[in-house]
Design a protein around this ligand. Structure first.
Ligand SMILES: [Zn+2]
Length: 60
């Protein structure tokens, strides 16, 4: 995401912001290429396992 980062100072606070549309497109592409990157630190986490597998399917 680094190429999309916009950095600015707000008072004495350093803010880093990202343009929503481009950031969403880049994140979605990365997740499609490697769904496992969304997994939490718990290798046995059932919710993440199911999410990586495609999430719940309605009607099945
Ligand atoms: Zn998890």
């Amino acid at each position: 995401m680094a190429p999309l980062a916009r950095e600015t100072l707000v008072g004495e606070s350093r803010w880093i912001a990202y343009p929503a549309r481009e950031t969403l497109a880049l994140a979605a592409e990365a997740i499609r290429e490697n769904p496992g990157i969304t997994h939490c630190g718990d290798a046995d986490c059932l919710r993440c396992r199911d999410a990586v597998a495609g999430g719940p399917r309605l009607g099945s």
